[in-house]
Design a protein around this ligand. Structure first.
Ligand code: TXA
Ligand code: MG
Length: 325
């Protein structure tokens, strides 16, 4: 069921059930983050390995303090500036946070999302909502209620309809490692904005494929079911796929195409004006669209490696990894 009934959403959550919630980044599959059985339900529905920890969502810094021991100074600065927003902070957890939420880690991921409907729901709850992206593990993140319904519709009792996610890619995850402010996942808040607020460079966690510290780092994450090939030049990618039905994900401009190679519906441009925010907003939605068409392969081009372009390229890299290996 899809709707905007906050009372019903709250009733489901109080009963330990899951509800899909809108956020400005992507839709989340939410449940009471302090209720182990409810959290276990999230892992089951997503088919997510339990070594991949969840983010807790709430609506105020005061509530965050109920679940974390402290907020280190640079992270507090980020929280005060970017919350509510596309920023997740890794903070030392209090005992009340179940080990299942953090996969046994001593830090818990916390975020105040910036979406009016979800903020209103969170303000009516005295517990945080554990919520990973509302997609089967490893598949494309959902940015509309329809994406959630298509992927998890049979499993989720209620989908709260908050329209299309405004940012469109997941939050930037920031923690402290070896005394350094460290980005664990590139996302909706550009690294440049974080560095300019802190007045210093941040560390970047390199990729890892086994028991990763942030499994958003898993190399084959965010993948569509169709093969995807990414390169610098769409025309040469297209030549290389001669004879196949090709879906095209362009940044600003389509390459010259022959009809046989690419059906009209399968030629999508992320942002005609080259706007990275617009490109991020369309990114997962367009991949969902391409993935649902009768095509053999998706070709995509790298975006400029600045601002949100870095986060989008990161997702393209992971989505295409299986094809390259
Ligand atoms: O924008 C978002 O962050 C969305 C919306 C729904 O808030 N959520 C989201 O959750 O993307 P998920 O579960 O798909 O990705 C969360 C990432 C995972 O890669 C997980 O490994 C990492 O956060 N994570 C969670 N807790 C962590 C911790 N204590 N240490 C390191 N990484 C952690
Ligand atoms: Mg996810």
């Amino acid at each position: 069921m899809i709707g905007t009934d906050l009372d019903f959403a709250k009733t489901c959550l109080l009963a330990g059930k899951t509800v899909a919630i809108p956020t400005e980044t992507v839709y989340g599959l939410a449940a009471n983050g302090l209720n182990v059985n409810a959290v276990a339900e999230i892992f089951r529905i997503k088919k997510r390995p339990t070594f991949d920890p969840l983010i807790l969502h709430t609506d105020s810094l005061a509530k965050v303090e109920n679940w974390v021991v402290e907020i280190p100074k640079p992270l507090l600065l980020l929280a005060e500036h970017f919350w509510a927003g596309a920023l997740t902070l890794l903070l030392p957890k209090k005992g009340i946070v179940p080990a299942l939420v953090t996969s046994g880690l001593e830090t818990v991921a916390m975020r105040i999302p910036n979406h009016p409907l979800t903020l209103e729901l969170l303000s009516r709850l005295n517990f945080p909502l554990a919520a990973p992206s509302a997609n089967p593990f490893g598949y494309l993140s959902p940015t509309t209620p329809l994406h959630v319904a298509q992927q998890l519709g049979n499993e989720v009792g209620y989908i709260l309809d908050g329209g299309k996610s405004q940012i469109g890619i997941e939050s930037t995850i920031v923690g402290i490692e070896n005394g350094l402010v460290t980005v664990f996942r590139k996302g909706g808040i550009p690294i440049e904005d974080i560095e300019s607020l802190l007045g210093q460079r941040v560390a970047l966690r390199p990729h890892s494929t086994s028991r990763p510290a942030a499994p958003g780092m898993l190399q084959s994450h965010y993948a569509p079911r169709k093969p995807i090939v990414v390169g610098e030049d769409l025309s040469s990618l297209l030549e290389a796929q001669a004879g196949k039905k090709v879906g095209v994900l362009a940044f600003q401009k389509l390459p010259a195409l022959t009809a046989a190679q690419s059906p009209t519906k399968a030629r999508l441009v992320l942002s005609k004006s080259g706007n990275l925010s617009e490109a991020a907003q369309n990114f997962f939605d367009f991949l969902h669209q391409l993935d649902s068409l009768d095509i053999d392969v998706i070709i995509a081009e790298w975006l400029p490696e600045i601002g949100l372009g870095k986060a989008i390229n990161d997702r393209l890299r992971r989505a295409s990894f299986l094809e390259k290996s």
